[in-house]
Every structure is written in structure tokens, then in C-alpha cells.
Ligand binder design. Structure first.
Ligand code: PLP
Length: 410
């Protein structure tokens, strides 16, 4: 009899974006004359940079010719891309990363999900709350959690680290011993960051407890403020305790092109049950070589193009565009009397819903009264209740109009 991985039965259906879509469709059906503005989903809207497009065309031409055609490439990514990443994303900020420590992939979603495979299933995981759902769900699938508790909206055996206005979105170090710590800064969904001193506390905790930090830097390109680390490896000793994930999705509009990378330093160790040290770079390399056949050559040439002078200029223009939207939302909501967070170093604005509303009630209110769609905070975890996320990925015109409508509600 074929049996299933019963851990999958512990997963709660993710109703968040499907419920939003249903509510919006119903509203639109009942109000066909109303223009609904969507600032809910975290997907980019600007097209890829011209330099990237040119690189895709050139690589396609190569693939069409017998002499320049490429078949399987290295599982870890082509050297031309790994070298550029090492130089431009790390060397420029004073961090030395060897190209062999960089694993090119087709997304930070897969990497943050798949990385769990190289760790024991009895490790204790710690996640911030609210959180990007992939970290939790992939650990449920792996059997690293207990059952879901409806009362608390939490899973047994998982350490939730609340990040709310009360602690200035700076989660406290766990009181208990944990093994795998997921950190994402700039944060999705709150748009907040940790400064170097705060991040250094996590590195120290991980060292002391022989834990590992899984650091998701998907929104690094949006950092504008000084003293906000662009990489966890800016913290001394972090190479011994941290894996870093980066994505070109939001950095360069690659949500449809698909390219990301993961850094697994050679100094990084984990242990067998008997205490023997094991090199994680080797383990992740083995995993990738067995289960992954690399990112398409055309995509890697596209990724390489963002590191050219022209490419850098062009992707920065797009990021500036989203950053301007973020300021429009942030300042507009402040003027309207809302308490707002994030938006300075991230494309997300996290607002406190007015007293008397739950985050879903506020969703309904905004949809009905302002015809604006956002995301209820509770969809990202129990500590997200009472908050609401707006994204800066819409068009400037729509963003301005949405904020005007919200202001006019007051
Ligand atoms: N990590 C975080 C925190 C994200 O918000 C997202 C996408 O929304 C991802 C990773 C996924 O990135 P990718 O498109 O590279 O899979």
C-alpha cells in the first residue's frame, strides 16, 4: 500500500491570496463601474531592463548556432555569473566570498525551502512572526514541527519570535535553545530592517548555541539607510554560522525570468548526532548536483547583464521607481493619521489598522470604501493581526490615486 508523507496533512490551507482574489472578484462583479487598485501582491510590474533583454537575445542567438550551443551547464552556475556576484555583491561591500561558495538557482523560494534537506529533522526551528510563509510550511512538510493549534494559530515545536511595534520589529533572541533560525531583512511583510548591532546579536547567539542562521536577503536592493547591513557576512564571524539567500526577483524584475543564488561559506559547519563536524558547502553541493541541473544558460546571461554598468543603472532606475511609490504610501498614510512602518528600506509598508478593526475587517473596509486592495497582516502569522501590508509595486499613478482615496476616507 502506497502511503503519503503525513506531514503534508498538518499544513493549513493557505487561504490568504485566494480569499483576497475571491473577495475582489465578488466586489468587482457587484460594482463593475468601480476601479479597484491592487497594492496587495508582492510581484513587480515594470518590465526587465533593456540590458537584460539584449543579453537574452544574444544568448538565444548563441543557442541557435551549432558552434555556440550550450547543453547542461554546471549545477552550481556558470563561473561568469558566480564571479560577478562575488565581485559586485560582496567584494564591493568589503566581504570576501569565493565563487565556489555561491550556488546559482532558479529562485530564493526553492532555496529557502530546499535548504532544510541538509539538516536533521529533529532540529528546532525559530521563525519571526509575522513571516514569509515558505520557511514554516517547508519545515512542516519535513516533519520538523508538531501539529497545528487552532487556538493559538501556531505549530507545536516551533519557536515564534514576535516582531511587532511593541519591540520595534526587532525580535528578541529565543530564551530556549534553537537550531535553525530564519531571518529575513529587509523584512517581508513588515518592511523593517535590523541594524548591524542587532544582527550581530544573532550571530553571537548562533555561535554560542551551535545554531545556524538562514538569512533571506531578497530585498537587499531596497536598502537606503546607513548602518543597515546589506549582507549578514558584514558581521564578523557570520561565515561560520550563516547561509545567505539572494534573489534577482525584486532586485531586477526577475519574478518571471527566475534567477537567485545562495551563499554557503566553506567555514560553515553542522554536526552529526555523535558531534562530528560536517562541511555544509560540500553537503549543499552534493544536494544540488543530485537534484538540480542548473539554471538555463540564457537566464544566467540575463542575470550577468544586471552587473554591467548599463544594467546597474537600469535596474536602479526601476528600484527608484518603486522606492518613490513606497514614500508616497508612507507619507500619505502618515498624513491621513495612520501609524506606519517599513517602506524606507523595502517595498512594503506595514500599517497598524485603526482601533476596532481586525486586519480582515480593515481589508473589507478599504476594498469597499476606497476600492484599494492590500494584504491582511494576520495572513503572515498570529502577530500580524492588527496590521496590514501595502506594496510599492503598483504604477505610480495608481499608487497616488490609492493614497488619495485613503486620505479622503478620513
Ligand atoms: N524570500 C522572500 C522574503 C520573498 O518575499 C520572496 C518573494 O516574494 C522570495 C524569497 C522568493 O523569491 P524568488 O522569486 O527568488 O523565488
Amino acid at each position: 500500500m502506497i502511503t503519503i508523507n503525513e506531514n503534508y496533512l498538518k499544513l493549513q490551507d493557505s487561504y490568504l491570496f485566494s480569499t483576497i482574489a475571491k473577495k475582489v472578484a465578488k466586489f468587482q462583479e457587484e460594482n463593475p463601474d468601480k476601479k479597484v487598485i491592487k497594492l496587495g501582491i508582492g510581484d513587480v510590474t515594470l518590465p526587465i531592463a533593456p540590458a537584460v533583454g539584449e543579453a537574452i537575445k544574444r544568448a538565444t542567438d548563441e543557442m541557435l548556432k551549432k558552434e555556440t550551443f550550450r547543453g547542461y551547464g554546471p549545477e552550481q552556475g556558470y563561473d561568469f555569473l558566480r564571479e560577478k556576484i562575488a565581485k559586485q555583491d560582496y567584494e564591493k561591500i568589503g566581504v570576501t566570498i569565493d565563487k565556489d561558495e555561491i550556488f546559482v538557482s532558479d529562485g530564493a523560494k526553492c532555496d529557502t525551502g530546499n535548504i532544510g534537506e541538509i539538516f536533521g529533522t529533529d532540529n528546532i526551528i525559530a521563525i519571526t512572526d509575522p513571516v514569509y510563509p515558505v520557511y514554516l510550511d517547508t519545515n512542516i512538510m519535513a516533519g520538523r514541527t508538531g501539529n497545528y493549534d487552532k487556538e493559538t494559530d501556531k505549530y507545536e515545536k516551533v519557536v515564534y519570535m514576535p516582531a511587532t511595534a511593541e519591540n520595534n520589529f526587532t525580535p528578541e533572541l529565543p530564551k530556549e535553545k534553537v537550531d535553525m533560525i530564519y531571518l529575513c531583512f529587509p523584512n517581508n511583510p513588515t518592511g523593517t530592517v535590523l541594524n548591524k548591532d542587532e544582527l550581530a546579536k544573532w550571530v553571537a547567539y548562533a555561535k554560542e548555541n551551535k545554531a545556524i542562521i538562514l538569512f533571506d536577503g531578497a530585498y537587499e536592493a531596497f536598502i537606503t539607510e546607513e548602518n543597515v547591513p546589506h549582507s549578514i557576512y558584514e558581521i564578523e564571524g557570520a561565515k561560520e554560522v550563516a547561509i545567505e539567500f539572494r534573489s534577482l526577483s525584486k532586485t531586477a524584475g526577475f519574478t518571471g525570468v527566475r534567477c537567485a543564488y545562495t551563499v554557503v561559506p566553506k567555514e560553515l559547519k553542522a554536526y552529526t548526532n555523535s558531534g562530528e563536524e560536517i562541511n555544509l558547502n560540500r553537503l549543499w553541493n552534493r544536494r544540488q548536483c543530485t537534484k538540480f541541473n542548473g539554471v538555463p544558460y540564457i537566464t544566467q546571461r540575463a542575470a550577468e547583464a544586471i552587473y554591467s554598468e548599463e544594467g546597474q543603472k537600469q535596474i536602479k532606475e526601476n528600484i527608484n521607481y518603486y522606492q518613490e511609490n513606497a514614500s508616497i504610501i508612507l507619507e500619505g498614510l502618515k498624513e491621513a493619521g495612520y501609524t506606519v512602518f517599513g517602506g524606507k528600506n523595502a517595498p512594503y509598508i506595514w500599517l497598524k489598522v485603526p482601533n476596532g478593526y481586525t486586519s480582515w475587517e480593515f481589508f473589507d473596509y478599504l476594498l469597499e470604501k476606497a476600492n484599494v486592495v492590500g494584504t491582511p497582516g494576520v495572513g503572515f502569522g498570529p502577530s500580524g493581526e492588527g496590521y496590514f501590508r501595502l506594496t510599492a509595486f503598483g504604477s505610480k499613478e495608481n499608487t497616488i490615486e490609492a493614497i488619495e482615496r485613503i486620505k479622503n476616507l478620513k
